[in-house]
Design a protein around this ligand. Structure first.
Ligand code: GLP
Length: 264
């Protein structure tokens, strides 16, 4: 695993956006062979999306032949709801770039047939071969997408019941009213994420410190789904100093030195 430690949120956002641009451009996507990107919502990736929009406007990247799959969506929120992930993605990113609407994939939280929706999503991902780069955030309890602690580490796209910690944490987006936060979601599985060629997790702020400690220094455990990154050949975490607060000083020094020597 690579751990890239930056000073703050903005530096992480810039690094992540530049990496995405580098990967897309190096791939030279075409309509027949598009670059497939897995995308997250939440506050962690907002800075990266802003920077990607800036780089797109500056002519550094095109999303014409990029296909996206979002990680998750709340059950019961229509796409026009301000806190639905459909709305978030459209407002934060998609409406500002040249992605083709038919290349955007987001789970439909309004479906009446969850199983069919989830199976179709998996099948559609497979129809492209694999996701080239899956980007994610991490919850304070170590969840990735909506794979809460206790999720099978080989899980596929399905319905998940959210933990109280996640509901409380996400209440900040719903006027701090826990009752307004949906209690279930559709989410790609841990296995869906780790099937990707590369996985990049963005983690900033000290509320993520415990999750990073368990993910980087702990054992692989379904109680900290982020720890599955240890089993991936090309997984990395882009984090700020604050998010490393619970790591041992030697761990921080190790990853900083390795980055400096190999990518500095
Ligand atoms: C939600 C999302 C996750 C996201 C997490 C962290 O629960 N389903 O995909 O990683 O929140 O969000 P934030 O980036 O706002 O801390």
């Amino acid at each position: 695993m690579r751990v890239i430690i930056k000073q703050d949120y903005d530096e992480c956002a810039q690094w992540a956006a530049n990496y995405v641009v580098y990967k897309i451009n190096r791939f030279r996507p075409t309509a027949e062979k598009p670059f497939v990107l897995g995308l997250p919502t939440g506050s962690s990736p907002i800075g990266m999306y802003k920077e990607l929009i800036r780089l797109y406007q500056a002519g550094k990247v095109s999303f014409e032949n990029v296909v996206t799959f979002n990680m998750d969506e709340y059950i019961g929120l229509p796409p026009a709801h301000h806190e639905s992930y459909h709305f978030f993605m459209h407002e934060t990113f998609f409406k500002h770039i040249n992605i083709k609407p038919q290349n955007i994939n987001i789970l439909n939280g309004m479906t009446t047939d969850y199983e069919k929706e989830c199976n179709n999503y998996e099948a559609k991902i497979k129809s492209y071969g694999k996701i080239n780069l899956f980007i994610g955030g991490v919850g304070t309890d170590g969840h990735i997408a909506f794979n809460e602690p206790g999720s099978s580490l080989t899980s596929r796209t399905r319905v998940k019941t959210l933990t109280m910690e996640t509901i409380r944490s996400n209440a900040r987006f719903f006027n701090n009213d826990i009752d307004l936060v949906p209690k279930t979601a559709l989410t790609v599985g841990v296995g869906t994420i780790t099937d990707a060629e590369e996985v990049m997790i963005i983690a900033t702020g000290n509320t993520k410190a415990e999750a990073l400690k368990h993910g980087i220094e702990g054992s692989i455990s379904h109680m900290w789904p982020i720890s599955i990154l240890q089993m991936h050949q090309h997984a990395f975490i882009v984090c700020d100093d604050a998010a490393t607060a619970s790591l041992r000083p030697e761990t921080i020094k190790y990853f900083k030195e390795i980055e400096q020597r190999t990518h500095g």
